[in-house]
Every structure is written in structure tokens, then in C-alpha cells.
Design a protein around this ligand. Sequence first.
Ligand SMILES: [Zn+2]
Length: 42
Amino acid sequence: MMNVIEFFRNLPKKKCSVCGDEMEEKADCYGNVCDECDHPAR
Ligand SMILES: [Zn+2]
């Protein structure tokens, strides 16, 4: 039986499409942009 946690652990890390940094999976979906690049004040 497949462990759900193992499944998510095996997923590749998301990368920011702007700066290319790896980013944590977020609950709300902003697309593929990290917090730094997504910041409206920058
Ligand atoms: Zn970024």
C-alpha cells in the first residue's frame, strides 16, 4: 500500500519561474513564483 507521505516526498521540488530558486510547496497556489518574487512591494 502506498504511503501518501512517501508519495509527496518523492515529488520534485517546485522551482520559482522568476529566480529559479527551489521553493516550498504552499497551500495557496500562486503559480510557480516564490515568496520573494511574488512580493507586491518588489
Ligand atoms: Zn523567485
